[in-house]
Design a binder for this molecule. Structure first.
Ligand SMILES: NC(=O)c1ccc[n+]([C@@H]2O[C@H](COP(=O)([O-])OP(=O)(O)OC[C@H]3O[C@@H](n4cnc5c(N)ncnc54)[C@H](O)[C@@H]3O)[C@@H](O)[C@H]2O)c1
Ligand SMILES: [Zn+2]
Length: 371
């Protein structure tokens, strides 16, 4: 793979009719954010950069200079770091700051951060003045490969995650893998789990690439990251184009590893990073699939070995099988009481989404060391 292949000069389109948008992926693109906004949203001469103090401190200058250089009047609005940003009260405070800064209908909100900043900014831009344009400039691997595109935006409620939200597609996404060099290792790995997921459900070449370059990827080599971000974005863009609101059963395959993953996140009180839980969830789903004869053992073995090599082959947390079953049943993907899983059929081949008998799930969980 040459640098030219991963340079990101050709953006990826999320095809959604009049809501279509481009996802630019490439090294150094942070310096072009202003120009890209001018091109896509010529009327947005003013914008609010929503970010956290930590992220602004690390990469803020580069973004602000790029916006200033394109004669865009930009103010930064600070929100708490990480998941704490995803609350109703933060949304309300953010709206207040946008009003104080006199942001207008034609202005844009620029989400500059990980999935948490992105989800809060997406939600607020969906409702502020009945909707303003959103530009995503994701700074975590997870946000670059997953949360910055697709239009799902939400804040949490004390009763659960992402319970208050909206669909609001961004107008533009700009992903610069050089921003990921400063990302803590655990965050890199968390995003990498979603990249492995994309390989398993849709792209055997991507999977091969991660196998060959696992060391460089974990060490945040920007060229290697550029490549996997592009491939991941291409997969998600295609699925979102076919099923914008996740209602046709097409986009659901992106939930591979998430049935058990969400349960693990809840039961561990969110001590696990999302990707860590998804990695464990993928192992569980792959084992179930093998028991049902839907996938060859060799392919399950390949996936598990890759996750281990990436540092995602973790010992299951101390949670009981029955607690796992209950948590999965409470998830929205149940069908008349039975738990549904995205089950892989190989590496890069389309998975299936189906209900699985409780006895089989319990026995796989026991075999994996739960309970
Ligand atoms: N909308 C969607 O489709 C979608 C999809 C997947 C996940 N999500 C959401 O995404 C959120 C998780 O996002 P996340 O994993 O990006 O975590 P995050 O946004 O909480 O960020 C993780 C940490 O990384 C730090 N950070 C961010 N960029 C950095 C950088 N370049 N250098 C150094 N540190 C940096 C942040 O300050 C934060 O402490 C969850 O709330 C989840 O629900 C949404
Ligand atoms: Zn996920």
């Amino acid at each position: 793979m040459t640098t030219a292949d991963t340079a990101g000069d050709s953006p990826i389109t999320v095809e959604l009719g009049e809501r279509s948008y481009l996802v630019h992926v490439g090294r150094g693109l942070i310096g072009r954010v202003g120009a890209l906004i001018r091109e896509r949203l010529p009327a947005a001469r003013k914008c609010a950069v929503v970010t956290s103090k930590a992220i602004l401190g690390i990469h803020g200058n580069a973004l602000m200079e790029a916006l200033g250089g394109a004669s865009i009047e930009a103010t930064s609005v600070l929100v708490p770091d990480g998941e704490e940003a995803k609350t109703w009260s933060c949304a309300e405070r953010l709206i207040g700051e946008l009003l104080e800064n006199r942001l207008a209908r034609k202005s844009a909100v620029v989400a500059f951060g990980g999935g948490a900043v992105g989800d809060l900014s997406g939600f607020v831009s969906a409702i502020f003045l009945r909707g303003v344009s959103l530009v995503q400039v994701p700074t975590t691997l997870l946000a670059q490969v997953d949360s910055s595109l697709g239009g799902k935006a939400a804040v949490n409620h004390p009763m659960g995650k992402n319970l208050v939200g909206a669909f609001h597609q961004p107008s533009l996404v700009v992903s610069d893998p050089e921003l990921l060099i400063t990302l803590p290792r655990r965050e890199v790995l968390s995003g990498m789990a979603e990249v492995v997921k994309h390989g398993v459900i849709a792209d055997s070449e991507l999977f091969d690439y991660i196998e060959k370059r696992s060391g460089e990827l974990v060490d945040t080599d920007p060229d290697a990251l550029s490549h996997v971000v592009r491939r991941s974005v291409a997969i998600k863009a295609r699925l979102v184009s076919l099923d914008e609101r996740d209602s046709k059963g097409v986009r659901v395959i992106l939930n591979y590893g998430h049935t058990a993953g969400h349960a693990l996140e809840t039961l561990t009180g969110h001590e696990l990073r999302h990707g860590e839980a998804v990695a464990m969830g993928m192992e569980i789903a792959a084992r179930i699939s093998a028991e049902l004869g839907l996938i060859e053992e060799v392919d399950v073995g390949r996936q598990i070995r890759l996750l281990e090599r990436l540092g995602l082959g973790m010992t299951p947390p101390k949670v009981g099988v029955e607690d796992m079953m209950d948590a999965m049943r409470r998830d929205k993907k149940t069908e008349r009481g039975s738990i549904r899983f995205v089950l892989p059929t190989g590496i890069g081949t389309p998975p299936v989404f189906r209900a699985v008998q409780d006895e089989l799930i319990s026995s796989v969980l026991e075999g994996e060391g739960y309970g």
